[in-house]
Write a protein that binds this ligand. Structure first.
Ligand code: HEC
Ligand code: HEC
Ligand code: HEC
Ligand code: HEC
Ligand code: HEC
Length: 380
């Protein structure tokens, strides 16, 4: 059996793989897909499948030149022969299903990997070995700790303190979701009753492997949005309340620099802009000079205005809109802040988290026109 620990937090990057007997065999995901075709198709749509090749990651890894990155983004690199195709697949099937156990009490969980004997560890304790692989019972697969070894990460600072970088697990553990036993999997890997593999008779709870739901829909389930507008003779007062109703951690989550952008526009009836404003929610990490930088260059956290689980945040806007028209309120997830995407030359990606349109003004008797005040509620 071979053992290794991920979760290199707060320790210097390993300069060589910490294994006495490395170089076990690992299979690429499409081999698993021969029998687990549905799970394979779902996984291929996930960020895990791109963990070693996502443009932002590649740019940051190359700039940081820090070997620690691969421990989580290409975990098989330290466990098998570097030429194995599976290594390049990032957080692939073998990377997770070689986890035999997860440490019990550690602040940031640590994995024990076992790639010998072609045994796949998973949540079932009554699955039978098949001609291709043996099965191993690892109840930790239903536990948040199986995610926490990678989804909790801090970097050591010169003053001996450490700077949290990836915080989903630590935030979840401090939330009511940990108390109620709602693990990451409940939201990120919802289960259906079907066959786990072709050729089995047994119907079991099979967990979705897209991790953000079908077509990434989970991002639209995070926030409840309430927009209330009143008109004071062409000056519109708008309040937008964002409530983190759907996530077991702060929103936005993920690596520092992720943002939720709230864009409000007052358009006239022809769609011309009368006024606009934009607010950003996220964590800002800065260097000694106070500039926003990628996390591996950061020395401190400058601000954190993310929305905690269950928290409602009110944003107030004043817009000059003398002409009748409509208010457009857009809430979007953004993969990186403008400062970070500019510094690395990687364009930021955006996904909609919700949109509200409120018409206002117009002729008093006009059909279908709405007069303010008005409140629109969007539930995830
Ligand atoms: C020849 C077909 C076949 C191939 C190829 C295959 N599996 Fe399986 N796998 C099965 C069968 C059959 C089961 C048992 C399903 C059941 O009990 O309902 C299973 C079960 C599992 C389980 C559940 C184990 C548990 O105890 O909970 C995991 C995890 C797993 N496979 C991972 C993999 C991975 C990773 C690969 C690729 C390296 C792979 N499988 C390739 C047929 C296959
Ligand atoms: C071996 C390390 C590892 C493990 C274990 C792991 N993750 Fe990840 N996860 C990553 C990395 C690395 C990324 C970022 C990939 C990238 O570069 O975009 C990621 C990304 C994600 C994302 C972002 C998806 C998206 O489309 O933006 C979600 C959600 C996620 N993981 C959930 C989970 C859950 C839930 C578990 C536990 C069942 C888990 N992860 C276990 C390493 C891991
Ligand atoms: C990020 C870690 C991760 C990756 C990558 C991953 N799995 Fe899983 N897998 C899990 C977890 C966690 C469970 C248990 C989820 C639950 O039961 O709540 C699971 C469950 C399973 C099961 C048991 C049936 C089920 O869905 O509960 C099979 C089979 C399986 N995975 C195969 C695969 C295959 C094949 C791949 C690659 C295409 C893969 N997994 C990639 C974490 C992962
Ligand atoms: C109650 C449901 C729920 C639970 C529990 C939960 N999440 Fe999430 N998660 C969400 C929702 C909704 C989003 C989309 C909002 C966002 O991207 O910030 C999300 C987003 C994410 C992302 C994507 C970040 C990004 O911006 O790409 C990661 C990674 C993640 N969760 C990991 C985890 C991990 C790890 C756990 C357990 C420790 C966990 N989540 C527990 C609902 C949940
Ligand atoms: C302890 C595990 C771990 C280590 C070590 C680690 N990461 Fe990550 N990284 C993650 C996880 C988990 C995510 C997923 C959270 C998210 O969606 O932002 C992630 C996400 C990212 C993202 C966002 C991915 C995207 O596609 O937008 C970038 C960029 C990134 N990491 C860069 C790095 C770099 C550079 C290093 C090394 C200096 C590194 N990471 C080290 C676990 C780790």
């Amino acid at each position: 059996m071979q053992e290794a620990s991920a979760s290199p937090s707060a320790s210097p990057p390993p300069d060589k793989p910490s294994l006495e007997k490395p170089r076990a065999r690992a299979f690429p995901a499409d081999r698993c897909g021969d029998c687990h075709s549905m799970l394979h198709a779902e996984w291929k749509t996930s960020a895990h499948a791109r963990a070693r090749h996502a443009p932002l990651y590649v740019a940051m890894r190359d700039q940081s030149k820090n070997p620690v990155c691969e421990v989580c983004h290409a975990p098989l690199a330290g466990l098998t022969a570097p030429a194995e195709r599976a290594v390049d697949e990032g957080v692939t099937c073998e990377a997770c299903h070689a986890i035999r156990d997860v440490g019990e009490d550690a602040a940031e969980p640590r994995y024990t990997f076992d790639l010998e004997g072609n045994r796949k560890f998973g949540p079932y304790c009554d699955a039978k070995d098949n001609y291709f692989h043996k099965v191993g019972c690892a109840p930790a697969f239903r536990d948040a700790r199986v995610c926490g070894g990678c989804h909790a990460f801090s970097m050591p600072l010169a003053d001996g303190k450490s700077l949290p970088i990836i915080t989903e697990f630590t935030e979840w553990r401090a939330s009511s979701f940990a108390v109620s036993g709602t693990a990451c999997q409940e939201c990120h890997m919802p289960a259906e009753m079907t066959y786990a593999a072709t050729g089995t008779e047994r119907k079991v709870r099979v967990a979705h492997h897209g991790f953000m739901g079908e077509k990434g829909e989970l991002v639209r389930k995070a926030l409840g949005i309430v927009a209330s507008a009143t008109d004071h003779a062409g000056k519109i007062a708008l309040s937008v309340v964002l409530k983190n109703e759907g996530a077991g951690h702060a929103v936005p989550s993920g690596v520092a620099g992720r943002q939720v952008v709230v864009r409000v526009q007052a358009l006239d009836e022809k769609g011309q802009m009368q006024a606009r404003e934009e607010r950003m929610l996220g964590r800002v990490l800065v260097d000694e000079a106070g500039r926003e930088v990628p996390f591996y260059l950061a020395r401190a956290e400058k601000s954190d205005n993310r929305i905690a689980p269950g928290e409602a945040r009110t944003l107030a806007f004043e817009l000059d809109a003398p002409q009748p028209g409509s208010l457009v309120i857009e809430v979007a997830w953004r993969s990186a802040s403008p400062a970070i995407s500019e510094a690395l030359g990687v364009p930021a990606e955006e996904r909609s988290m919700g949109k509200i349109e409120i018409p206002f003004g117009g002729k008093r008797s006009g059909k279908g026109r709405e007069h303010l005040p008005k409140t629109v509620v969007v539930r995830p």
